[in-house]
Ligand binder design. Structure first.
Ligand SMILES: NC(=O)C1=CN([C@@H]2O[C@H](COP(=O)(O)OP(=O)(O)OC[C@H]3O[C@@H](n4cnc5c(N)ncnc54)[C@H](OP(=O)(O)O)[C@@H]3O)[C@@H](O)[C@H]2O)[C@H](O)CC1
Ligand code: K
Length: 460
């Protein structure tokens, strides 16, 4: 499972607007369909490697793409058959089918499979669950390699409904841009390896996949404070704050203070008595404050969160600190740069009653809090109040273990303490976290993410 780095993601509504803009600039939808069909034919040709191909065509333009691909594959000498669910219902699909000179088989229970199935039944136009009879007929084709056109049929492309496709794809060719379903659970795993065929559409937009991690070498004139100073406030479970402080150092902060704990994991971390917290918040050199790791709901947490908000320092708020800060953050209306890092349960507690896809909900939460939201999970979404979104699918499954959230909070603190945009800081931290997890893999425990042998390996 993979998606390309740093490519646009569009909802079906935004996709139609992009198509319309394309048409207005002189590229017809028919030309777009020809390009889509050509991209699919190329990939199908490579996947089939000489074995027979069966293309399943639906009634809309997704089916139209399938007919174009069938014609081009046949022209290249591929052994290709077409089966249709229904007659084409759009002018473009009718035109594409008219140019297909081969037979069109009915898509019923007697349909013979082929080594490669190209699924061109439904794309972004799917408006309701698939009919039961079709699901049954498709299940009889399972077990072959599947190439999905735009999205696996049965998947709602905007990621709002969790419909599963009867034929999960090995490869999905996203047309023009990725769609939310390619990067959100539960649909993303059904898309297999997602490739983008740009087909000349200017997708622009504010939603993208995670960019590749770039190394951030300190400036030649750097000193420890210019690299960013981070204050981590410990709660009753100081191990979590210790992990966050170690991660802040590893992620590039030049100076880290751990307040309220004498369990500093590295000698380079300054462990201080908790009574000095208020004074430290007044330290002009501090570039980011982290509150929340290992700190359950309590009056003390409320006090520490309010003190950090009143100090006006850029903030990373994790776990129970998120709900504790929310009313005040909302009032502050973006005056204090903040990154919130909730997992599913914390998000539901802090932002009850939101609807839509995970992307919609992350955006609504960011707008309400006027803060960057890192809505964690296997399909982490980073959303900014101005509408920017980065989707971090597929992340690393090895991160599903205790303490990794504390490490992410620490990395967010390091990136935020450098100064600059909080959204860019959150994106860099998520990328750093996933890249390290990918290097460790099996057996990962959160401490490994901040261990020195990993530093040596990363520097090899
Ligand atoms: N991105 C691009 O620039 C291009 C994309 N192209 C391809 O076009 C599709 C979208 O095509 P569209 O015609 O809008 O939609 P679909 O082909 O996905 O399907 C619409 C038809 O399916 C019927 N429908 C919807 N849901 C069901 C269902 N559950 N069961 C049966 N039939 C269903 C729908 O009927 P309605 O009654 O709902 O109207 C339509 O008949 C996109 O995904 C790309 O593959 C183009 O190539 C151009 C460039
Ligand atoms: K499809």
């Amino acid at each position: 499972m993979s998606v390309p780095a740093n490519v646009p993601i569009l909802t079906s509504e935004a996709m139609r607007a992009a198509e319309a803009a394309c048409a207005a600039s002189g590229v017809s939808l028919s030309e777009l369909m020809d390009r889509a069909g050509a991209a699919i034919a190329d990939i199908a040709w490579r996947m089939a490697a000489g074995s027979p191909i069966l293309i399943l065509c639906g009634p809309g333009n997704n089916g139209g793409d399938g007919y174009v691909a069938a014609r081009l594959l046949a022209e290249r000498g591929a052994e290709v058959r077409v089966a249709a669910l229904a007659d084409p219902a759009t002018e473009l699909a009718r035109a594409a089918r008219a140019l297909w000179t081969g037979a069109v088989e009915p898509l019923d229970r007697d349909l013979a499979p082929a080594a490669l199935i190209v699924d061109a039944l439904f794309g972004v136009g799917l408006s309701r669950p698939l009919p039961y009879e079709l699901i049954e007929n498709l299940q009889s084709l399972a077990g072959r390699r599947v190439l999905a056109v735009d999205v696996p049929s049965g998947v709602a492309s905007d990621g709002v409904r969790d419909w599963s496709p009867p034929l999960p794809a090995d490869v999905t060719v996203a047309l023009g841009a990725l769609k939310p379903a390619h990067v959100l659970l539960p649909t993303a795993p059904h898309c297999g390896q997602v490739l983008l065929a740009r087909i000349g559409i200017d997708a622009g937009g504010t939603m993208r996949t995670l960019p590749s991690v770039s190394s951030t070498k300190p400036d030649v004139a750097a000193h420890k404070f210019s690299r960013g100073m981070v204050l981590v406030r410990a709660g009753p479970m100081p191990g979590a704050a210790g992990l966050a402080s170690a991660a802040a150092l590893r992620a590039g902060a030049g100076y880290v203070v751990l307040s309220g704990s004498d369990h500093a994991p590295f000698s380079a971390i300054i462990a201080e008595d908790g009574a000095g917290y208020a004074d430290r918040l007044g330290d002009a050199r501090i570039g980011a404050v982290i509150v929340g790791p290992g700190y359950p709901v309590s009056d003390a947490l409320d006090d520490d969160v309010m003190a950090a908000l009143d100090a006006g320092k850029p903030l990373v708020l994790d776990a129970a600190a998120i709900a504790a800060a929310l009313p005040r953050l909302h009032q502050l209306d973006g005056a204090v740069p903040a990154i919130l890092t909730p997992h599913e349960g914390e998000f539901a507690r802090a932002f009850p009653g939101l609807s839509g896809s995970k992307i919609d909900r992350a955006l609504a939460a960011a707008a309400f809090a006027q803060a960057v939201v890192v809505y964690k999970g296997a399909d982490t979404i980073i959303a900014a109040p101005d509408g920017r979104v980065v989707a971090a699918w597929p992340g690393s499954p090895w991160l599903a273990t205790a303490g990794t959230g504390d490490v992410l909070a620490g990395a967010c603190g390091a990136m935020l303490a450098r100064g600059g945009d909080a959204f860019d800081a959150a994106v860099a931290a998520v990328g750093w976290h996933i890249a390290r997890a990918a290097r460790i893999g099996p057996g990962l425990v959160a401490d490994d993410l901040v261990a020195d042998d990993l530093v040596r390996e990363c520097n090899d």
